[in-house]
Design a binder for this molecule. Structure first.
Ligand SMILES: Cc1cc2nc3c(=O)[nH]c(=O)nc-3n(C[C@H](O)[C@H](O)[C@H](O)COP(=O)(O)OP(=O)(O)OC[C@H]3O[C@@H](n4cnc5c(N)ncnc54)[C@H](O)[C@@H]3O)c2cc1C
Length: 409
């Protein structure tokens, strides 16, 4: 595809480059931004990333689960390296506290394989694979975007305006780029919260049975008013592992005076089986974060010359474990439409036709799962494999999710 104009680091410079390489500006250099940059570069474009943060992003040490087939596809396509450490978990285990007793009880096992990743290692790999062809600027917040009369887009930073043929908004939940595509659309609070964190594997030394369960499964632990997800992820040291969690429940009450992050200890001590209460309630966490759950679903994800990716495009409640997954699929889609289209506008229309419905589907699935797993939890303690199977079918009602497979037994 030919480009009509270009930009440089200083005040806007429009040059006649008809027939020259397509230029893409990416706002945000996290998971979505790096993946979109790889996609653009692989399709032959010149890509520049503008990332607000001055610091390296790999410090966020959380768990990210992605579908194994997507992981394989990304390795084969060169987005990820086969050597990036992962912790595959082939099946899912459902647990709850035994009725009237402190011990845990196994409710069901399901298919539902995940490839568990460390957020920082995933980002680092994507960042490395943007390669020398992509210019990546740190500490460069984008303050706004607008259309350029030539059909391209102007991207504004503190001391410069840059002109691109396509601007990709990969700037997360509070995207400034979204204003050009879906003005006024804001995240909608779900009314509950999720605590996300990690514990070192040494925390499991006194809990060998828990460690044994985690070796082959990822775990859903149900309690009245919410649930927790637990799985092993690679650590940043070679061959090391961390226990990652996402625990959903009501936000801390007004009387809670300590940091919101620490309320997860109270939830664990109050509701979890003894081993788990001890781990989360008393263990030393290597990372801990509190997120009020929100979602967001704009009417469109592209309006040439702008397109949105990752959380800038749509936010799904994390029950679907698909925000990063969607960002990576957004990138694969961008590469495909850029290769197949005869103009940037045609490529972006193809992207929107594919990715907008997928975002909408995941937002709806997240709301459905949130209702069933937090807002109106079943009586987990009374359930067995058959009840979990029936409840899963009713909850999903035909909806598709890589996390939910066939129930065994
Ligand atoms: C508890 C929890 C568990 C999750 N688990 C999973 C999971 O298992 N699997 C999964 O697939 N997903 C999961 N997710 C979702 C996933 O973490 C996110 O969807 C994903 O990280 C979003 O990446 P992103 O690049 O779109 O956004 P972000 O990571 O938010 O990145 C946006 C970037 O844009 C930059 N930026 C923002 N504004 C500007 C600006 N004006 N100028 C320049 N740069 C800017 C920011 O500094 C940031 O680097 C989970 C989320 C939560 C909360």
């Amino acid at each position: 595809m030919g480009a009509a104009h270009s930009g440089r680091g200083n005040r806007e410079v429009v040059v006649d480059v008809a027939g020259a390489v397509l230029r893409i500006g990416v706002v945000g250099g996290s998971i979505a931004g790096c993946a979109m940059a790889i996609a653009g570069a692989r399709a032959g474009a010149e890509v520049t990333v503008h990332e607000r943060s001055e610091a390296a992003l790999e410090d966020r040490g959380f768990g990210i689960a992605i579908p194994p087939p997507l992981h394989r596809e990304l390795v084969a396509a060169g987005y990820l390296d086969a050597g990036m450490p992962t912790a595959p978990a082939p099946s899912r285990l459902w647990l709850a506290r035994q009725s009237g007793r402190p011990a845990a009880r196994e409710l069901a096992r399901q298919d539902g394989a995940v490839t568990a990743c460390h957020w920082g290692l995933l980002w680092r790999t994507l960042r490395a694979n943007t390669g020398a062809a992509v210019r990546y600027h740190r500490g460069q917040p984008v303050t706004g975007v607008r259309r350029h009369p030539s059909g391209g887009a102007v991207l504004r930073t503190a001391d410069a305006e840059h002109v691109y043929d396509i601007v990709v908004g990969a700037d997360g939940p509070r995207s400034v780029t979204r204003e050009a595509v879906a003005p006024g659309v804001r995240p909608v609070p779900a009314g509950y919260a999720v605590w996300r964190g990690t514990l070192p594997l040494t925390a499991l030394a006194g809990h060998p049975q828990v460690l044994e369960l985690l070796r082959g499964t990822w775990i859903t632990l149900g309690y009245r008013g919410g649930h927790g997800i637990f799985y092993l992820i690679p650590g940043t040291a070679p061959e090391s592992r961390l226990l990652a969690y996402a625990i959903y429940g009501s936000p801390p009450p007004a009387t809670w005076t300590a940091a919101h992050e620490t309320y997860v200890r109270h939830i664990a001590r109050e509701h979890f089986p003894a081993d788990w209460a001890d781990l989360v309630g008393g263990g030393e966490h290597t990372s801990m974060a509190y997120h009020p759950v929100t979602d967001l679903h704009p009417p469109q994800v592209a309006d040439p010359p702008f397109l949105l990716a990752g959380d800038a495009a749509s936010i799904t409640r994390p029950h679907t474990a698909s925000g990063a997954t969607k960002a990576l699929q957004d990138a694969l889609c961008l590469e495909r439409v850029l290769r197949g289209a005869s103009s940037p506008a045609e490529a972006l229309r193809g992207y929107a036709a594919e990715r907008q419905p997928e975002g909408a589907r995941l937002v709806a699935l997240g709301r459905r799962l949130g209702r069933a797993m937090v807002e109106r939890t079943p009586d987990w303690e009374a359930m067995g494999a058959a009840e979990v199977a029936a409840w899963s079918r009713a909850t999903l009602d035909g909806a598709d999710s890589y996390l939910h497979g066939r129930v065994q037994g």
